[in-house]
Design a protein around this ligand. Structure first.
Ligand code: 4AD
Ligand code: MG
Length: 457
């Protein structure tokens, strides 16, 4: 259909005085004796377009005025009577699709919980339209950040035979019906599509290392799948994962890239989505703009795990799970560190090897690995990363300690045989980032169709 985006009609001064067609959904209708006003949105602009109807000159099909109806309007672009931008003086309004009164998105503010039950319609609200504009802008900025720095964009497989982060959270991929006759798992999977047990990838890192140890700097940006049974506001069964992997890099280099990326993305969202961020600042998280501006311009903190435990131990009485050296940090500890102690993003580094993955570089102390988690206020962990173990023998012994099936990791070990280099990287949970910059408190509200335990709408 030949028509002009609302964004252009609103903002382009050279359109004033010309006639054009816009298409959109009715967001409000106000009527008076002589004139009526329709507000339309088409997704291209957060502010809506006001269509002015001179009732003496134009009679309008009442269906065209119903909340949610889709219409096409031919009219003249004029400077707005009030405020900035342009509006449209209607000459002809035609109905594209009517919207009956059962339309569940009504004007009065509805709750996010209710909207979660109608995920196919919730994008028609201001809040969700803004979330997904920010999400899209942030995704573009991720590609731009890495492209400008000469990283290769790699697409790692989603179906895999290896479980990157440790046992027990992979979704299985199979074409086989249940077969109780098989004596062992191996026998069962022998007849399966791949002939071995396969699953959906929890991370593209191990494959990313293949690329980084050949072409230097790479990143992946795609879905990861985790069958963890965590029914929280921070976990999804399917989430989008940004994973750079960098050759000739040690832990401090990894931390530097992570901080630079986060600041770059925040700046991109602040400059490219001013209307949306203003909206979130007013209606979702008061002080959001100040928070983001501050984070984008100040240094993140860095704190060793051992030091973090010292700090937390003094506060053990306030925690549901008291900590001691060796404990995995729970969400309550992460939030306390970043919100109360540091009051800004903080990289916690050098965790005990027992609570981290096999592939992390073993520190000379024999007890810790060169890992880091970036914790941010309101969310907790937003990034997890590490320097990787580049020494063949040390990696092999870490795998043996964990009773891993070495045959499945021959290729991974080979990377330490042929021209091994120090390297590392991290994973940024994309939805957690979108939560952070919008102030949305539930991860299910920043992805189109969230998947979690017992939910696949
Ligand atoms: O800390 P994680 O498990 O690290 C890895 O997967 C590494 N292989 C990354 C790497 O070094 N390349 O996950 C990384 C990030 C977390 O910090 C979190 O933001 C996000 O991914 N994440 C999830 N987001 C939503 N739902 C889940 N179930 C998530 N699990 C992890
Ligand atoms: Mg982690």
């Amino acid at each position: 259909m030949k028509h002009t985006d609302i964004y252009e009609v609103l903002n382009k001064q050279d359109l004033v005085g010309s006639e054009t067609v816009v298409c959109g959904w009715v967001r409000t209708f106000r009527d008076s004796a002589q004139v009526a006003f329709l507000e339309l949105s088409d997704g291209t602009s957060f502010p809506r377009l006001q269509v002015v109807i001179d009732k003496n000159a134009l009679s309008v099909d009442p269906e065209c005025t119903k909340l949610g109806a889709s219409v096409a309007v031919r009219g003249e672009v004029v400077k707005a009577f009030k405020g900035e931008g342009n509006e449209l003086n209607a000459k002809e309004i035609s109905l594209l699709g009517k919207c009956p009164p059962e339309y569940p998105i009504q004007k009065k503010r509805t709750t996010l919980e209710f909207l979660r039950t109608i995920p196919h319609l919730r994008l028609r609200t201001n809040t969700f339209a803004a979330v997904f504009r920010v999400r899209s802008v942030a995704a573009q900025a991720i590609h731009r950040f890495f492209h400008e720095r000469r990283y290769y964009y790699m697409n790692t497989p989603l179906i895999t035979a290896s479980d990157c982060e440790g046992a027990g959270e992979m979704f299985r991929v199979t074409t086989q019906p249940w077969n109780a006759a098989c004596k062992t798992e191996e026998e069962y999977y022998k007849n399966d599509f791949f002939g071995v047990k396969a699953g959906l990838s929890v991370s593209g890192q191990l494959e990313g290392e293949i690329a980084a140890t050949a072409v230097g700097k790479i990143y992946t940006f795609g879905p990861s799948f985790r069958a963890e049974n965590s029914n929280t506001t921070r976990h999804l069964a399917e989430f989008w994962h940004v994973e750079p992997e960098i050759a000739f890099a040690e832990l401090p280099d990894v931390i530097e890239v992570a901080e630079e990326l986060l600041k770059y993305l925040i700046n991109a969202v602040l400059t490219e989505c001013p209307d949306e961020i203003k909206f979130f600042d007013s209606f979702v998280e008061k002080g959001l703009i100040e928070k983001l501006t501050h984070v984008a311009t100040s240094d993140f903190a860095v704190c060793e795990y051992t030091k973090a435990i010292e700090i937390l131990e003094k506060e053990n009485s306030r925690f549901e799970f008291p900590v001691k050296w060796g404990s995995d940090l729970q969400s309550e500890h992460e939030k306390f560190l970043t919100e109360q102690v540091f009051q800004r993003p903080v990289f916690v580094t050098n965790y005990p090897k027992e609570i981290k993955s096999f592939y992390m570089k073993q520190n000379p102390d024999g007890k810790t690995v060169a890992a880091t988690d970036l914790l941010v206020p309101g969310i907790g962990e937003i990034i997890g990363g590490s320097e990787r173990e580049a020494d063949y023998e040390k990696l092999l012994s870490a795998m043996k300690e964990r009773n891993m099936d070495l045959s499945a990791y021959k290729q991974y070990l080979d990377l330490r045989v042929f021209g091994s280099v120090p390297h590392g990287g991290f994973g940024l949970g994309f939805e957690r980032f979108v939560m952070y910059v919008t102030g949305m408190e539930n991860i299910r509200d920043v992805i189109l169709l969230p998947r979690w335990t017992k939910n696949i709408m």
